[in-house]
Design a protein around this ligand. Structure first.
Ligand SMILES: C[C@@](CO)(OP(=O)(O)O)[C@H](O)COP(=O)(O)OP(=O)(O)OC[C@H]1O[C@@H](n2ccc(N)nc2=O)[C@H](O)[C@@H]1O
Ligand SMILES: Nc1ncnc2c1ncn2[C@@H]1O[C@H](COP(=O)(O)OP(=O)(O)O)[C@@H](O)[C@H]1O
Length: 284
């Protein structure tokens, strides 16, 4: 096999509750993950010499810290595979945006190299490896919209409504660790059942990180207010991106016409199945 060109889709957290904090400091969440038909793209080519080469890299992220390189090395270490890869990244998702770009890149690397290197690992095994790289990686490995608990690793597939979204980036990066470390963050939302979360649907959903992110990052508060005046708006993950949902692409696109110059934005449709798995012909 010469090369694989694969998508690394974005995710949204359609709702997010923080229900506790573990002894290791990580937070217990209940969240609904859904994919978008918009994201990064990776081109993977095998090398015989075992070298992992990423081009272009990301400014401000040394290659050895890049989740793509870390995912590839983890796979080599775990399987003893002596092949390497040239990896070309087309980065479209803003970093620290709450869209899971780095986690999705890592998952695409794991599944793509599993195929190129003919390792035939199960999605269970790849999700286990993914969790070592970040709490959000397993859902991208599994490839199905999901109700997630724990730190995001206990996943139950769900089928959500698939509206068109406007995703607005306020032009700043949010540090996930800063939000989870904030004294004011509420960590005591009572756990609910998945059935209850699904029953209320989008109008009943909220994100427990929002009040803290609003006060730590006024630019995110402004973007939420701007979008919220036009449609119901929410924060994804710990931000910085905020989103609103519409019944049609045309309605979503109309909103972009008024977008203030300080923001960037895109429209995308919600997906319950990851385009990565579709591209690989692999059942989530
Ligand atoms: C909050 C969520 C919701 O989807 O999204 P993002 O806004 O980052 O996309 C994620 O759980 C984020 O997952 P991910 O971005 O992979 O986080 P990690 O790299 O594992 O963790 C970054 C840091 O955030 C804190 N952290 C993260 C996840 C969690 N459940 N509890 C935490 O306390 C820890 O301090 C950790 O060192
Ligand atoms: N391939 C990658 N793409 C994006 N960010 C990466 C990548 N590898 C490492 N990172 C680091 O992970 C951080 C969080 O990235 P990202 O996944 O884009 O945000 P979020 O978790 O908010 O969705 C970045 O600020 C960056 O330092």
């Amino acid at each position: 096999m010469k090369e694989l060109v694969l998508p690394a889709p974005a995710k949204l957290n359609r709702m997010l509750h923080i229900t506790g904090r573990r002894p290791d400091g990580y937070h217990e969440l209940q969240t609904l993950f859904q994919f978008l038909d918009h994201g990064d793209e990776l081109c993977l080519r095998p090398r015989r010499d075992g070298v992992i080469r990423l081009a272009p890299g990301l400014s401000g992220v040394p290659d050895s810290d890049n989740l793509i390189v870390r995912a590839a090395r983890l796979l080599q270490d775990e399987t003893g595979c002596r092949l390497g890869a040239d990896i070309h990244l087309t980065k479209r998702l803003p970093m620290g945006g709450g869209l899971g770009g780095g986690s999705s890149d890592a998952a695409t690397t794991l599944l793509g190299l599993d195929r190129l290197w003919q390792l035939d690992l199960t999605l269970d095994r790849l999700a286990e490896l993914g969790l070592q790289l970040g709490a959000d990686v397993p859902v991208f490995v599994r490839g199905h919209a999901a109700w997630a608990e724990g730190v995001g690793e206990r996943l139950t597939p769900v089928t959500l409504d698939t509206p068109w979204f406007v995703v607005v980036h306020p032009g700043i990066e949010v540090a996930t660790a800063a939000v989870f470390g904030a004294a004011q963050l509420t960590r005591n939302t009572a756990p609910i059942t998945m059935a209850r979360a699904l029953q209320g649907g989008a109008p009943s959903w909220h994100n427990d990180c929002e009040p803290t992110v609003r006060s730590l990052y006024p630019q995110v508060a402004e973007a939420l207010d701007w979008l919220g005046r036009r449609a119901p708006a929410m924060l994804t993950g710990t931000g910085a991106c905020v989103f609103a949902w519409f019944d049609s692409d045309a309605e979503a696109k109309r909103l972009l016409a008024d977008l203030p110059g300080r923001y960037t934005a895109f429209t995308a449709r919600g997906l319950n199945l990851s385009p990565l798995h579709a591209a690989l012909g692999r059942r989530p």
